[in-house]
Design a protein around this ligand. Structure first.
Ligand code: TRP
Length: 410
């Protein structure tokens, strides 16, 4: 059938691992058999994206005039699609916008959930562009055992944590799918345009849907695709067809490979992407943070005491069993979770480097490494909680109201 012809972008979207020893990375599963976690270079090849290498970072710094964020310098945002197009647009003074999102599956968010938002906030400051944030409460009610009303409630809990990251209300529109889409015909019209371009065979190939999946799941990808088109938000962009840059964890890529495939067929630019690695669970890089086990992650609601206990008791150590052995052989930073967490949250490059050298040589013990991490995370989570406490209903309304942002487009 002609409509089932798979075009170039979609042919590489097969997400399930072909060989048994391969890492599994899709929107619902992330698993690796290796104790150092996912092999990200292999993933770039398999997905057909591009590496954020030294040359890309250099160009980013040159074009923006900003030193690259630690997440870029340290390979946490490690892969991209068409980032150069965005940098060229910025260089030429042409407008674009940012889009990211969150599926509100539980009230308590953990540190890993913050990564894309912290980075997106930085991008918003560096580029001074509008940002749209999609809360896919529809996705969560379709996939999880959560009532629709509960999913909306979770959107409103999570939005407080997102706002607490520090976004600018004059530049940021946050929306719950379940509440917003019905009020915005332009968004729904783009959804239908996307739905008209993608066959059941194609979504089966991309997302692995089967005959017993509910039809809501099968059409959901069109909902996550639509915010990548500026015409979905006429109150912000007017009729302008702007390119968009999507920072996200790499497991979301299947949605956007589909989106990129559809874009030219509906007369819109393909969205560009920046992909992050996954934030490891306390127990180690091959395990997953689990919403049902509190001890696998640091939550944004944790007290200083809980943070201390979790790290001391549960953070997987790359150190040796005894002090003597550790002093002699040293620790392994590649598997040590406290060290991994420091690469996310310790901003000082020199200090991080020194810790790596000293831990690898055995000069510092696991306990000292953990102490450093506990200090940093206690401050970070404490500051987050203070900002979150200030997010009132009024503030939420400011971000979620359908309105024009501070930018003008003709
Ligand atoms: N599906 C994502 C999740 O479950 C939420 C999401 C929607 C998203 N749109 C996005 C994430 C854009 C990143 C970028 O968390």
């Amino acid at each position: 059938m002609a409509e089932d012809k798979v075009t170039e972008d979609m042919s590489s979207v097969q997400i399930t691992a072909s060989a048994e020893d391969e890492d599994v990375v899709d929107p619902w599963n992330v698993t690796s058999k290796s104790d150092t976690g996912i092999d990200y270079d292999k993933l770039i090849k398999r997905f057909g994206s591009s590496k954020i290498d030294a040359a890309v970072i250099e160009r980013f710094e040159k074009v923006t005039g900003h030193k690259a964020h630690p997440f870029l310098r340290r390979g946490i945002f490690f892969s991209h699609r068409d980032l150069n197009t965005i940098l060229t647009a910025h260089e030429q003074g042409k407008p674009f916008y940012l889009y990211t999102g969150r599926g509100p599956s539980s009230a308590a968010m953990h540190l890993g959930h913050l990564i894309p938002f912290i980075f997106t906030k930085w991008l918003q400051e560096v580029f001074d562009v509008p940002l749209v944030i999609q809360l896919t409460d529809d996705e969560k009610t379709l996939w999880k055992d959560i009532k629709l009303e509960e999913a909306i409630r979770l959107s409103y809990e999570n939005v407080k944590d997102i706002i607490a990251v520090g976004f600018d209300p004059e530049k940021t529109f946050i929306f719950s799918d379940l509440e917003f889409i019905g009020q915005c015909p332009a968004f729904y019209q783009n959804m239908v345009r996307v739905q008209k371009c993608v066959t059941f065979n194609q979504v089966k190939g991309i997302f692995g849907f089967g005959d017993s999946d509910v039809i809501g799941k099968i059409s959901f990808p069109a909902i996550q695709a639509s915010p990548a088109f500026s015409t979905s938000f006429p109150f912000i962009f007017g009729k302008a067809k702007l390119p968009c840059l999507i920072p996200c964890a790499i497991d979301q890529d299947p949605y956007f490979r589909m989106t990129r495939d559809v874009a030219p067929r509906i007369g819109m630019p393909k969205p560009a992407l920046m992909h992050s690695t996954f934030f490891p669970a306390l127990q180690g890089a091959q395990t997953k943070m689990s919403a049902s086990d509190d001890n696998t992650a640091i939550y944004l609601t944790d007290t200083p005491k809980q943070i201390k206990n979790k790290i001391n008791k549960h953070a997987f150590s790359g150190g040796c069993a005894t002090v003597e052995e550790h002093r002699e052989k040293g620790g392994n930073c590649d598997v040590d979770i406290s060290y991994q967490y420091l690469t996310f949250f310790l901003d000082d490059d020199d200090k991080l480097m020194q810790i790596k050298i000293d831990y690898t040589s055995g000069a510092i013990l696991t306990g000292e490494l953990k102490k450093e991490l506990i200090t940093i995370l206690t401050a970070l989570v404490g500051a987050h909680q203070e900002r979150r406490a200030k997010v009132t209903t009024e503030v939420i309304k400011q971000f979620m109201e359908i309105r024009k942002l501070k930018y003008n487009y003709s």
